[in-house]
Design a protein around this ligand. Structure first.
Ligand code: NAP
Length: 264
């Protein structure tokens, strides 16, 4: 019997309810990988707090998730805006009382310049959005994280081998691997901290790479599984790490890149 994508997601969610009674914040979650993660956690029973910069995108994403029976609220939050970050945590705690899962997914890639040609303002923006705001968000969230809670950072396969033209972006993603280790130590034993390093997923973010058919084919060839990743692939790995199925895993990064080489 043929099942649509949504029916498959719904069936999977019905089977596994690992987040029943749990509250999950996912940043940058009105489309792409973040939306996929919010959807997966929600279908598995989480109350989900989604967010991004634009109210319209937040409203549309909330609507899509509610039609799937997911308990969700949406909050506008540009991760670089301190007031909006505070509001994201405040609204979550007002509505649900506590936080079990934080998925830090926001990133920017504002330049294709070589690192040595990158303007200081761009270097600042990359550090700010891709690394610093993840730390600041967790500083605000940590008083509400209790025993058994979990943090997942979204890094990139580029963390292991920064790509030409995305060099500094890759370096910020490398920093998240270190941040995962450092915070896993700092937040243990109550909170586990892990990371997902996606390969190439044809989202808006990666459009400048994956829309070119020749480039897309060459990436598919570089994978062992001969395809690009999907938002569902990334959501599945994130949900595993955030769930009690991973209750003895902390400080680790899972590469979800179809076998593109990362490290031994
Ligand atoms: P995407 O499809 O372009 O989605 C980006 C989402 O982030 C949107 O909901 C957008 O909504 C929101 N957003 C953008 N800037 C934001 C900000 N400053 N603050 C809050 N929200 C913001 O991107 P994606 O491909 O899913 O990427 C998600 C994560 O995966 C990123 O960390 C990226 O580095 C990582 N990643 C992606 C790939 C890939 O191939 N796609 C590979 C490796 C790693 P608004 O416009 O409303 O803000």
């Amino acid at each position: 019997m043929f099942l649509s994508q949504r029916e498959r997601e719904k069936k999977r969610g019905e089977k596994m309810k690992r987040f029943q009674g749990k509250v999950a914040i996912v940043t940058a979650s009105t489309q792409g990988i973040g939306f996929g993660i919010a959807q997966r956690l929600g279908l598995e029973g989480a109350s989900v707090v989604i967010s991004s910069r634009k109210q319209k995108n937040v409203d549309e994403a909330v609507e899509k998730l509610r039609t799937q029976g997911i308990e969700v609220i949406g909050v506008v939050c540009h991760v670089s805006n301190p007031q909006q970050r505070k509001n994201l945590i405040d609204k979550t705690v007002q509505k649900y009382g506590h936080i079990d899962v934080v998925v830090s997914n926001a990133a920017a890639n504002p330049s294709v310049d070589n690192i040595l040609d990158t303007q200081e303002s761009v270097l600042d923006k990359l550090w700010d959005i891709n690394v610093k705001t993840s730390i600041l968000l967790l500083q605000s969230a940590s008083p509400y994280l209790h025993k058994g809670s979990s943090v997942v950072f979204i890094s990139s396969i580029g963390a292991y081998q920064p790509q030409a033209s995305m060099g500094m972006y890759g370096v910020t993603k490398t920093a998240l691997l270190g941040l995962t280790k450092a915070l896993a130590t700092e937040m243990a034993p109550n909170t586990r901290v892990n990371c997902v390093a996606p390969g190439f997923v044809p989202t808006h973010f990666a459009d400048f790479i994956t829309r070119n058919e020749d480039v897309r084919k060459s990436i598919e060839e570089r994978t062992l599984l001969k395809r690009l990743g999907t938002t569902e692939d990334m959501a599945a790995a994130t949900a595993f790490l955030a769930s009690d199925d991973a209750s003895y895993i902390t400080g680790e990064t899972v590469v979800v890149a179809g076998g593109i080489p990362s490290r031994l």
